[in-house]
Design a protein around this ligand. Structure first.
Ligand SMILES: Nc1ncnc2c1ncn2[C@@H]1O[C@H](COP(=O)(O)OP(=O)(O)OP(=O)(O)O)[C@@H](O)[C@H]1O
Ligand SMILES: [Mg+2]
Length: 483
């Protein structure tokens, strides 16, 4: 309730008679509308504000005062000291009340409201009291809305900062530097982006960076993996449906494109998108319209699309699995993420980063790693790229050694490439650490899922090889903490 608050006022007025008139006008509310200070010139007012930061809520200033700094320049200078200050200007009757240029100049300088003083023979009031008092209250209210707004923008900003910080792109090689530049350029535009590159190179990471560095960063970032859903569900997932549009549609469903309105949608594994959904996607790209099932009126959306694939789309086009027109629409800006074997100088940094991260997550003391071990890692082909490196490092931490040697790395890599170590499993079973079956089952499953995923080019392929329906595969990956 604004009326309960104490509003602190600075009055800038050089005529004693008008100071009295302002006081009288505020008289009925003098407990809540408190004139903290009266200054008769601009310079002293500025000094007072600078010395009493954040004390004053509302300034009431006469436009025609004597002395150096007055009018618009005084308003601007006060706003510079405290951008949240609300300024009410009172002017002499001589100012034409319908002079809009004058009013406009005041507002542009940063005033919140202005009024022309009553003629001098009205001793009791400076202006119509209820209007004057209400304007002061409105000014105070505006200040508080601005404070709230500032707080929530600061919160959003720090959330975005946090996301970027937690998803840093590690590496200083030439190709990573080039990649970072490409990301920045893409973020500054609105164009559709196609991210390509082998499995595990960081395509998803790139897409996330583009969104969180773009003007859309405070809006939604929605991701969908085209390989994760059965074909018959994908269209309703992407575009939604209206209630009653088909048997069983007992409710209407908001599609992901509608959900991502004003934001970005990341379409991962785009090559897996069925042809019928490709047609609908093309329409979104061409018209900005979505084909919501069962809806007759147009539904416009403003969504930026980032797509990713580890397939060569030109090949898919040849095989008639991917529409050529869609390819050209998606391929406006292309970002290629190079495989890890082409940027081996980044391996030490990546190793250090992930070891530190995983140890923090698992509350472990970080082991030392021998140079020969890192060197050995730099020489590996890494078909599963950064994801494979992460898994090897997790496996190494699992060994629980204080110093990681080249042999340890060989063994951990072998775990990935030949499934098993000497005991037929990649865990060192230890009789002092016998786990309940439920925990061991989870470990074995996640080890095996990781191994299969590293040896497949995509999640869809991994699901296929494991004989799992894609949604089940995704659910299991989530349960195992792999997604
Ligand atoms: N340069 C990098 N710095 C830090 N982490 C990285 C880097 N590149 C990839 N990663 C991490 O590696 C993992 C795999 O990356 P990501 O999921 O983005 O790969 P992808 O190219 O989308 O793979 P896929 O084609 O298999 O979907 C993620 O955990 C990601 O955060
Ligand atoms: Mg991915």
């Amino acid at each position: 309730m604004i009326l309960n608050k104490i509003i602190k006022i600075l009055l800038i007025e050089d005529e004693e008679y008008d100071v009295k008139r302002v006081r009288r006008t505020l008289e009925p509310f003098k407990d809540r509308l408190v004139i903290k200070k009266v200054e008769s010139d601009g310079q002293s007012a500025l000094e007072y504000l600078a010395e009493n930061k954040n004390l004053i809520d509302v300034v009431i200033m006469d436009f025609q005062i004597v002395g150096g700094i007055t009018g618009e320049s005084l308003i601007k200078a006060m706003k510079e000291i405290d951008s949240l200050l609300q300024i009410i200007v009172i002017t002499k009757m001589t100012v034409n009340v319908t002079d809009y240029d004058f009013a406009n100049a005041l507002l542009e300088a940063g005033a919140m409201w202005y009024c022309t003083k009553y003629p001098g023979d009205i001793e009791d009031f400076i202006y119509q009291p209820t209007d004057f008092i209400l304007s002061i209250m409105n000014a105070y209210h505006k200040k508080h809305i601005l404070i709230k707004e500032k707080r929530s923008t600061a919160k959003l900003k720090s959330n975005v900062q946090e996301i970027l910080e937690n998803n840093r792109i590690i590496g200083e090689s030439q190709s990573i530097t080039k990649l970072k530049n490409q990301i920045e350029k893409a973020a500054a535009q609105e164009a559709t982006v196609l991210v390509t590159g082998e499995s595990g190179t960081g395509k998803e990471l790139v897409a996330r960076h583009i969104h969180y560095l773009s003007n859309r960063r405070y809006e939604k970032y929605v991701t969908i993996n085209s390989g994760s859903l059965p074909h018959e569900l994908i269209e309703s997932e992407l575009f939604g449906f209206e209630k009653g549009s088909f048997t069983g549609a007992n409710y209407s469903k908001v599609g992901l494109f509608e959900l991502a309105n004003r934001g970005t949608i990341f379409l991962d594994e785009i090559a897996e998108l069925p042809l019928s959904a490709q047609v609908k996607l093309l329409r979104v790209l061409q018209e900005g319209e979505i084909d919501k099932i069962g809806r007759t009126e147009k539904l416009n959306v403003d969504v930026r699309i980032i797509a990713a694939t580890n397939k060569v789309l030109q090949e898919e086009i040849k095989e008639r699995r991917f529409r050529e027109d869609l390819f050209y629409r998606l391929n406006v800006v292309t970002i290629y993420v190079p495989p890890m074997r082409e940027r081996t100088e980044d391996v030490p940094m990546l190793v250090e980063h992930f070891l530190e991260k995983f140890c923090r997550e698992m509350s472990l003391a970080a082991p030392q790693i021998k140079d020969e071990a890192v060197l050995y890692m730099q020489k590996q082909p890494w078909p599963g790229n950064v994801r494979q490196l992460q898994n090897v490092l997790r496996r190494l931490l699992f060994l629980g050694v204080n110093v990681i040697t080249r042999q340890d790395v060989e063994q951990a890599l072998g775990g990935a490439q030949q499934t098993s170590s000497k005991n037929g499993n990649s865990f060192e079973w230890n009789r002092h650490e016998i786990l309940p079956w439920r925990d061991m089952e989870k470990k074995i499953k996640s080890e095996y899922f990781n191994f299969v995923r590293e040896n497949c080019s995509s999640d869809s392929e991994a699901a296929r090889i494991l004989g799992l329906a894609p949604p089940n595969y995704y659910r299991m990956c989530k349960e195992l903490g792999l997604k």
